[in-house]
Design a protein around this ligand. Structure first.
Ligand code: ADP
Ligand code: MG
Length: 687
């Protein structure tokens, strides 16, 4: 199919359209209405008045046209049909409008009917001057998503013009369409832009109409094709073959103070199998908080090191990177592994020293933060990149690290996430990602009991904190999230710290927040880990990864301000040891509907996947994936949860087409379909 040419609208309109992503004729044709207005029917003025307060279209002759000045300047136009009279009121108007609606002129007006002091009226109705007997539109009028300076009239005209120019040929052959029971492309698109007056409006609004189904299918097919193609491209790149599972891996396993769970063993096997391949692994390791992902990633690193390569582990925060460093260094250094530590906060001298051992290859394993992706960091022989809490990084940051391979080889990549992504999302957003799931917690964990408590019972809660500390347990006290202001958040944290320190004079209370210097942060975390601090007042800096098994009571203040996954992450900081753990969610009443739902969910389940599923229900998929993931920007029409059956069909067809792509007619279908739906946007997905 030939590429569609750009519209010939004047420059300014063109650039305004471009701002909405509408650059080609096909873009415009696929810019589908968000709703419709029904101008296909006219009711009599009397019926409109009787049936009352909603939007009606009426028609009548102007019987009076006057400008009044009380209470302010406005234009009043009285129209009449054989059933009655109605007033149209315009507060803003042009002189030309006064003339346009002169007495005796016939007008069709559409607007919301109100009962004013002087009887029924419409304020600022949409209107048209017409001749008697002018035909009514036979289709509903589309209302498009729009932007600044773009009226519906301009958009409608641009879309209608574009519809005259595009190549309407279906990208899919008839045989496919009938087997899939899908509508043809052209009638679907035409119906969605101009639905006939007798259309099933419910199906249209709910987007369950067959015309919508076809659009969703096409969109999902383009997404699947594109992502699967990216996957093939990846398989054509070379990666170090990490064949040896040798001395280090064995020694490491032998030295661990625990045995791997069944789930851990399974994912270790999956990763091992990938690493020996000659193309880069791209695997997401999913596992609920506390499921033991770190040890799995360390085993992957051991395989790289055993094979003579380096491994790098990048974490989103200094606290988290630090924890990994300590834990892994403690495991591995006794086995002769040299672990380097690199973060932005290091002194220049230490940074340079770290870079040197990374570049020389003396360091086998490098652990750090974003500092790892700087240009000046060069690896001697990087074989494996591990990214913890991957959703906290942008695609670009992950790519930069992956580009640090040598000899033209792309390192393998293992991404980890404790924010469980529901299966439906993982399969569609991450078509070019293998997924491993740890679906079992290590043994001996005691369940966490969660309670929601009204803020005004704070004193009782402080009592409980005291009691817990006296039993030798440690406590996290999480400060309210204040999204509007970091300064305010800091202030609140400091105040909370002061009140708690005062209320608990016999305990050691510590404070940790995001604005602290790394060294200070580290000192307080160390003290907490060592058990020297009883109560740790914290902002959300402790949200990810912090691992202090002796902490078994978690208090979250203003829990109603946090999102579900954030609450789950926070709660995951307790329940890591053998003591029974408790999470108290303090809330400020009255609770809104959504907040109530969230707290209820938290009380009902500790299963991260179930929580993620409910979160998806509450928030929708867009926000879910955080930093712009591949594929996200492509879905405008389909809803991954509700349209699961279409997703399944699209995935099957994509697979079938690609499996047969050596046949020219199938290749042509793929090309035509991707061109139509993605235009030039495909490179967006190549990550
Ligand atoms: P996460 O998956 O949240 O990153 P971690 O890797 O931090 O979890 O593991 C949580 C805790 O469980 C750590 O203290 C870790 O050493 C411990 N752990 C991991 N695997 C096991 C296991 N198989 N048996 C017992 N404890 C384990
Ligand atoms: Mg972790």
């Amino acid at each position: 199919m030939p590429a569609t040419k750009t519209t010939s609208a004047p420059k300014t309109i063109e650039s305004k359209l471009a701002r909405l992503g509408l650059r080609t004729d096909m873009d415009l044709v696929l810019h589908l209405p968000m709703r419709y207005e029904d101008e296909t029917k006219v009711v009599s003025i009397r019926d409109a008045c009787l049936r009352g307060l909603q939007t009606w279209q009426v028609e009548g002759v102007v019987v009076k046209n006057e400008i009044t000045y009380k209470p302010r300047r406005q234009l009043l136009v009285q129209i009449a049909d054989e059933s009655g009279e109605l007033q149209l009121r315009f507060m803003n108007y042009y002189g030309s409008q006064v003339k346009q609606m002169a007495e005796g002129v016939r007008i069709r007006a559409r607007g919301e009917l109100k009962h004013g002091f002087f009887g029924a009226e419409m304020v600022h109705p949409a209107y048209k001057v017409i001749n008697e007997g002018a035909p009514l539109p036979t289709a509903l009028t589309p209302v498009y998503p729009s932007g600044e300076g773009l009226s519906q009239t301009i958009l409608r005209r641009a879309v209608t013009d574009a519809m005259k120019r595009i190549d309407w040929r279906d990208t899919l052959p008839n045989a496919f369409l009938s087997r899939l029971q899908l509508w043809d492309f052209e009638p679907s698109v035409r119906l969605l832009h101009y639905p006939p007056a007798d259309v099933d409006e419910y199906a249209l609004t709910e987007r369950s109409h067959p015309a919508w189904t076809r659009m969703k299918f096409d969109e999902l097919l383009a997404q699947q094709l594109s992502l699967k193609r990216a996957q093939r491209a990846r398989r054509e790149k070379g990666a170090p073959q990490l064949r040896a599972v040798g001395a280090l891996s064995d020694a490491f396993l032998g030295a661990l103070p625990f045995a791997l769970t069944g789930a851990q063993q399974r994912v270790v096997k999956e990763i091992r199998a990938d690493l020996v391949e000659g193309f880069p692994m791209q695997r997401l390791l999913q596992g609920d908080v506390g499921s033991g992902k770190t040890v799995v990633s360390a085993l992957a690193a051991a395989q790289a090191i055993d094979s003579g390569y380096q491994a790098a582990l990048m974490a989103p925060t200094e606290i988290l990177a630090e924890q990994h460093f300590r834990k892994i260094a403690a495991w591995m250094e006794p086995l002769g592994v040299r672990v380097a530590w690199l973060t932005g906060s290091l002194k220049k001298k230490d940074k340079d020293a770290a870079k040197e051992v990374i570049e020389s290859g003396e360091a086998h394993l490098v652990i750090g933060t974003h500092a790892l992706i700087q240009d000046t960091v060069q690896f001697a022989k990087l074989g494996l990149v591990i990214v913890d809490e991957q959703h906290r990084f942008g695609v670009g940051q992950r790519l930069t690290l992956r580009n640090k391979g040598s000899d033209g080889l792309v390192p393998h990549q293992l991404m980890m996430s404790a924010t469980p992504i529901p299966r439906t999302l993982a399969m569609t957003y991450y078509a070019d990602l293998e997924v491993s799931v740890i679906d079992e917690l290590p043994p001996g964990r005691s369940p966490i009991v969660t309670r929601a408590i009204d803020q005004n019972r704070r004193d009782e809660v402080i009592e409980r904190v005291h009691a817990a500390a006296q039993e030798g347990r440690q406590v996290y006290w999480v400060c309210p999230l204040i999204e509007e202001s970091e300064v305010l958040q800091l202030q609140t944290a400091t105040e909370t710290f002061e009140t708690l320190a005062e209320a608990l004079p016999d305990l050691v209370v510590g404070l940790v927040h995001g604005r602290m210097k790394p060294l200070e942060k580290q000192a307080i975390m160390d003290a907490f880990t060592a058990g020297d601090v009883h109560v740790l007042v914290a902002t959300t800096v402790i949200e990810v990864g912090v691992d202090v098994p002796n902490a078994s009571l978690m208090v979250i203040e203003h829990a109603e301000r946090f999102g579900l996954s954030q609450l789950h992450q926070l709660r995951g900081r307790v329940g890591r040891g053998s003591a029974a753990s408790v999470c108290l969610l303090l809330y400020q009443s009255p609770l809104g509907q959504v907040a109530k739902q969230r707290l209820l969910t938290m009380r009902e389940t500790t299963d991260g996947f179930e929580i993620a599923r409910r979160d998806l229900e509450i928030r929708g998929p867009g926000e879910f994936l955080g930093a712009r993931q591949s594929g996200e920007a492509m879905l405008r029409f389909a809803d991954l949860e509700a349209d699961q059956w279409i997703v399944d069909k699209a995935r099957e067809v994509a697979q079938y087409l690609l499996d047969n792509s050596e046949r020219p007619e199938y290749m042509a279908i793929i090309d035509a379909h991707l061109t139509r739906w993605l235009g030039g946007r495909e490179e967006f997905l190549r990550v």
